[in-house]
Design a protein around this ligand. Sequence first.
Ligand SMILES: [Zn+2]
Length: 458
Amino acid sequence: MRTLIKNGTVVTATDRYQGDILVEDEKIAVIGTSLDIQADKVIDAGAKYVLPGGIDVHTHMDMPFGGSKSSDDFETGTRAAAFGGTTTIVDFAIQYRGQTLHHALETWAAKAEGKAVIDYGFHMIITELNDQVEGEMDALVRQGITSFKLFMAYPGVFMLDDGSIFRALLRSGKNGGTICMHAENGGVIDVLVQRALAEGKTAPKYHALTRPARAEAEATHRAIALSEMADVPIYIVHLSAAEALEMVTEARDRGLPAYAETCPQYLFLSYENYEEPDFAGAKYVMSPPLREKAKQDQLWRGLKFNDLQCISTDHCPFCMKEQKELGRNDFSKIPNGAPGVETRMSLVYDGGVRPGRISLNRFVELTSTSPAKIFGLFPRKGTIAPGSDADIVVFDPNRTITLSASTLHMNVDYNPYEGRQVTGATDTVLSRGRPVIEDGKFVGRAGSGSFLKRASRT
Ligand SMILES: [Zn+2]
């Protein structure tokens, strides 16, 4: 099967040129100008950008939560991802206490198997560390699960103590894995939550008011200090607070391998959303919470100067009906999470590239190339080059769309950006050479996405 993509502007993290791309089966075979090669299918990308498929390294499909689960499974969630120009996700398998890492992997592999329409990998969330689990970490790295997420928040559920975190960091130095951290001081937050509830403060906005930026900054600082003592890299997930970014910037200025991602919600939404009337603030209940609008410029600065390396989504949708509603009388019972996997590329292009906050090349780097490099997928994924997987997005920089739950494809009954107009939209998507989206229509197939065995750092 040969597909020729003609007349487009090819954009990678470093280049931008007019070119044609010949895809042969699953790979990019030839890149040139005015290619005159017989193909089974020709895609005209005139006046459009041809980008490496987006890579979202932070999603939670089909994730159990308090008797319920996140409302997108691996089929609806990856289909929505593809509609938005994302061709790879890295989701999180969760080890619950008393279980092995391998049991968690089997559980999550079964959730994705036969459902995913694009390729996917897994990070492993560790909630209990002992000698046996440390041994399993090594085995998982060999199986292509080369990153582990630890929590400094949610005491009694997910949180690990500093000693366990330090042991995991040391182990990653031996096995070549990468430690990802949810950095918020869970002990402090729990006290603030209990105090607020005791004072009768139950509205959604108290979710944000009980999770101060300093609690994120403190944990970010501690995570970096622990990784410095273990002499290994650290990756901070969903960084939301400018105060936390300062900790990452300071560490990087000292030459430490500290990395961090932020998410579109922290760039385009803010604390004010929690004050929307009639429980609508619950739409934005996620951890860490949305922050002050005035501090968003600092995140953009971090993205521009590479103190932040990736933009992921933390896609974890819960419907307002029957799910978010569980916390109508108690903000601490509102499921944490929001939809985002489909809107990332358009939001960042519209709000980042168009106003000149980041360059077009930097946009590709933040949404595809850099996550591929950090998480062991490059150069198979994350660029357009001969031999790379033909994960390709034809992106129209001039088409304007209105974001709305009624037209987007995520399986959730609201959208945090409802009514927002964005310019820059995905037209056509190939996943390993197979069309998944054509002219805005889904033409893929459940189960055609493959598990990605990712490389370790060493
Ligand atoms: Zn998450």
